[in-house]
Structure formats: structure tokens, C-alpha cells
Design a binder for this molecule. Structure first.
Ligand code: NAD
Length: 460
């Protein structure tokens, strides 16, 4: 087996030999990835199930569908995105033609988490391939079954010097990070993101950090509570709450809390039935460590609904926790599981003030039909991205960037934003030789007057 250092060296050679530069090569690679995903679909679905009992439907909807759309979008637009962009030249450079070249970085490292083990490994890879890079993928060692199939699939599809999967734990990742990459794309926790950023800083390697945090879901008096309950139940409990942009907690106007949580409870029962553990639609917590972390939260506040657990099966029932305050343990860190605390506010100003005083969330959601409140919320709060009257859906549209802000992340991707993330924008001013403006050359005597008279007229 080759060491990370040897693989990086081989990839750098492959890149500098120009193998990845033509658009046709990149398109062919995307088509190969598409075919390989189709070929291994059943095996991958089974692997994700083996990791945390995620249902076939959820894998198809939240991972395969997103990947197929992303490949289609890149194939359709690649030529247009990649071609040098001609821009208006500056009069100060007359005569010239000015361009922005989209140049691949070279060898990029993608480090992915376990919670959407296919999507978060392959979606950045699609953009990296389209942009003309060589890729090393380090999938999560926690989603062990999926990572194994991913490695098999990629090694069958691509030569190692082009795209390679290296598996391993923290020690292995540390070894990988000892190499110089041209870009690092990391998805995972904020704490590990800081480690990656520190390591990258040693060689000034550019990074994208897709991190986590607490994403509030605010519900205002004017909201349609029936629709809010359905959309929040889907967004919170899909993947058993192990979604970076899941609503972390509900923050609701105190006058409508009781009404809303009654509707929410009924909606959860309508979706998953009274006996949720045998329901094949509802996944498990990824492992015992995460199960025990989450189980402790159940002693915060008052269990309004749910609260059943089974340690042998890493099962936690969808749960609503009432009587929660910002001082409770559950409000100190990202929950990342199927437990939904309910907090109340008296007016929206409290929510805005809290946003200003805390780390910027990855996502924020507002359920409201009051236009002036929506406008206030949109303009006065800071967060990665979000929705009005929905949760999660901003991740689906491939025409918009996806990423965090501040502690929830750095940089973004999806669609053209993903392509742009994996290219360097190289500016080229192509001067012409048929005229040479001598005024800029020494000696400068008396030239100040000319500049004042003529040039400033053009510039002002
Ligand atoms: P994690 O940070 O523990 O691990 C992510 C990756 O980093 C894994 O591949 C892991 O092997 C590697 N890693 C772990 N410790 C490391 C270390 N010390 N040095 C180098 N590499 C290390 O995250 P996770 O538990 O896999 O995923 C959950 C977290 O990811 C949550 O915080 C969630 O919000 C976040 N997340 C963010 C997004 C997003 O798009 N913003 C998407 C999914 C998950």
C-alpha cells in the first residue's frame, strides 16, 4: 500500500503533465463517476444502512438525488464555467485585452464527515473534478461500511494518480495533512475545522471549511403552525436529526408555544407512528459515543413528547423537550440528534440581539407571514443561509451558494459556486504592441501636468 506522501507525489506529477486540463477529460470523468454511482447504488444503500440504519428512501432522496443533479448541472455548464472570461480592459492599460482564467488548483484534499457519507464526500469531488484537479478523499472512519464501498468504487473507476481514497482515523488524517496540498476542503465539526485551519496556515494552503453549530428555528405569531410543524418534523428528524443544518432548537413566541407543540407532537406521530423503533423510516444514532452524549440531554427541562431510548440499538425516539433555557447543557453545543428543545421569546428583538451576541449559525429559519418582520429578520441577523417558512430547502437549489459564516464555516460550494471554489481566478492582461503609451516611463519631468490635464479627465 502506498503512503499518502507517495500518492500526493504521483498526483502532482499527473496534474503537471496536463492530464486533467481538457474539458473533455473532466466531462468523461464526471460521466464515469455517474455510471459508477449507478452501478454501486444498491451496495452503497446497504452500506449506509449498515452504518446507521438509514432507509433506502432517505439515501435516495438526500444523497443520490442531490449527487445526480450536481453531476448533471456540472456536465451541462462546464464548458461555459471553465472558459476564460473576457472582461473590459482598463484605459490605463490601453491597448490590451483582459481575461480571467479559471485555473485548477492542482492536488486537492477533501475530508468528509459520516452523517451524509456519500453526499458530503462526493459533492465537493464533483466540483473538484470539473475544475480540473486531482483529488484525495479522506472519508469518515465512523461511517465505516460506506467508506469501504466508496474506496472500492473510486479505485475501480479512476487511476490512483488522478483520484484516490485514503481511509483512516485521526492519526492517518494527521499524516495526510503533513503533505502540501493546493486546497483543502473540510466538512465536519467546528473544533476539528480549527485544527485543519491551523495546519493549512503553516503552508498558507487555502481552505474551505463546512462546519456546524446551533441553527435556530424561529416561529412567530403570524406563522402557519400546521405547515411549520410538517416542515420542521421532516427537517429535524430526517437522518435522525444528524444533519448539519437541521433546526437545532425551536424558538417560538411565548403566546403560541402550547398550541404549536401539541400540533408538532401529533405531526411526529403521523409521520413515524406510535411505535417508532420498529419503523424502518427512522435511522439510528451513528454510534454508542454519540448515543451516550445525546442521552444525557434528555434530563434537561421536561420531556413533552418522546424520550424513549435503546442503548443496544443506538435508538433515540424523536423527542420534544419543554422548559428549556439557554443555560441548559443541551443549549451549549450543537445537538446533532433527534431531540428538539423548545424555547420562547417575547419579541423578535430578543432573537436579533441573541444573534448579535453569539457565534453566527450555519442556518437560521423563520416561520412568519408578517412581511415587515421577515424583512427585519433578513437584514439584521447574520448566518450562513436559511429559509423563510421552511427548513433545509436552501441546500437543494444548485443556483445558490451553500456554506457557513464565521464559526460555522468559511467559503461555499454547490453548482457554479463549487466549480469556482476549486479554481484559481488568474487575471491576465494581454497588452498589444502596436502602441506604447510613453507617459508612464521615466524621466517624469513635466508629465504631472499632462496627467492632470488629460488622464484625470478620463478617470473622473
Ligand atoms: P468530525 O469533525 O469529527 O470529523 C470530520 C472528518 O475529520 C472525519 O473525516 C474525521 O476523520 C476527521 N477528523 C476528526 N478528527 C480529526 C483531527 N483531530 N485531525 C484531522 N482530522 C480529523 O465531524 P463528524 O462527527 O464526522 O461530523 C459531524 C459534524 O460535521 C457536525 O458538527 C456537523 O454540523 C458537521 N457537518 C457540517 C456540514 C456542513 O456542510 N457545514 C455537513 C455535515 C456535517
Amino acid at each position: 500500500m502506498q503512503t499518502p506522501k507517495e500518492i500526493v507525489l504521483k498526483q502532482r506529477c499527473f496534474f503537471y503533465n496536463g492530464n486533467t486540463l481538457s474539458i473533455s477529460y473532466r466531462k468523461e470523468a464526471l460521466l464515469k463517476l455517474k455510471k459508477s454511482l449507478e452501478k454501486h447504488q444498491d451496495e452503497l444503500i446497504q452500506a449506509v444502512y449498515n452504518d446507521f440504519k438509514k432507509s433506502e428512501y432517505e439515501v435516495l432522496l438526500t444523497e443520490f438525488a442531490m449527487l445526480q443533479l450536481e453531476i448533471k448541472n456540472h456536465l451541462k455548464n462546464l464548458y461555459h464555467w471553465a472558459k476564460p472570461q473576457k472582461v473590459r480592459a482598463s484605459i490605463l492599460n490601453f491597448p490590451s485585452s483582459d481575461f480571467i482564467y479559471k485555473q485548477p488548483y492542482g492536488v486537492v484534499l477533501i475530508i468528509s464527515p459520516w452523517n451524509y457519507p456519500l453526499l458530503l464526500a462526493l459533492q465537493p469531488m464533483i466540483s473538484a473534478i470539473a475544475a480540473g484537479n486531482c483529488v484525495i478523499l479522506k472519508p469518515s472512519e465512523i461511517s465505516v461500511h460506506t467508506s469501504k464501498v466508496l474506496q472500492k468504487m473510486i479505485s475501480e473507476t479512476f487511476p490512483q494518480e488522478y483520484i484516490s481514497v485514503i481511509q483512516g482515523d485521526v492519526q492517518k488524517t494527521t499524516e495526510i495533512l503533513e503533505n502540501k496540498f493546493d486546497k483543502i476542503f473540510f466538512t465536519g465539526s467546528t473544533s476539528v475545522g480549527k485544527i485543519i485551519q491551523q495546519k493549512a496556515a503553516e503552508t498558507l494552503t487555502p481552505t474551505v471549511l463546512e462546519l456546524g453549530g446551533k441553527s435556530p428555528c424561529v416561529i412567530n405569531k403570524s406563522a402557519n403552525l400546521e405547515i411549520a410543524a410538517k416542515r420542521i418534523t421532516f427537517g429535524k428528524f430526517v437522518n435522525a436529526g444528524q444533519t448539519c443544518i437541521a433546526p437545532d432548537f425551536i424558538w417560538i413566541d411565548e403566546t403560541i408555544k402550547d398550541k404549536f407543540i401539541a400540533i408538532l407532537k401529533q405531526t411526529i406521530i403521523d409521520f413515524y407512528g406510535n411505535e417508532m423503533q420498529p419503523n424502518p423510516d427512522f435511522p439510528r444514532i451513528i454510534n454508542q459515543k454519540q448515543f451516550l452524549r445525546l442521552e444525557k440531554y434528555l434530563s434537561d427541562g421536561k420531556i413533552y413528547f418522546g424520550g424513549k431510548t435503546d442503548a443496544v440499538d443506538n435508538y433515540i425516539q424523536p423527542t420534544i423537550l419543554d422548559d428549556i433555557s439557554f443555560d441548559d447543557a443541551i443549549m451549549q453545543d450543537e445537538i446533532f440528534g433527534p431531540i428538539l428543545p423548545i424555547l420562547t421569546f417575547k419579541n423578535l428583538a430578543e432573537v436579533i440581539e441573541h444573534n448579535h451576541q453569539n457565534e453566527k449559525p450555519l442556518a437560521m429559519y423563520l416561520f412568519s407571514t408578517n412581511e415587515s418582520e421577515i424583512k427585519k429578520f433578513m437584514t439584521q441577523t447574520q448566518f450562513g443561509g436559511g429559509c423563510i417558512n421552511d427548513v433545509l430547502s436552501h441546500i437543494i437549489n444548485d443556483k445558490v451558494p451553500f456554506g457557513g459564516f464565521g464559526a460555522s464555516g468559511l467559503g461555499n460550494y454547490h453548482g457554479k459556486f463549487g466549480f469556482d471554489t476549486f479554481v484559481h481566478f488568474k487575471t491576465i492582461v494581454h497588452r498589444k504592441n502596436w502602441f506604447d503609451f510613453k507617459i508612464k516611463y521615466a524621466p517624469y519631468a513635466k508629465k504631472s501636468q499632462i496627467i492632470k490635464k488629460f488622464l484625470f479627465r478620463f478617470l473622473s
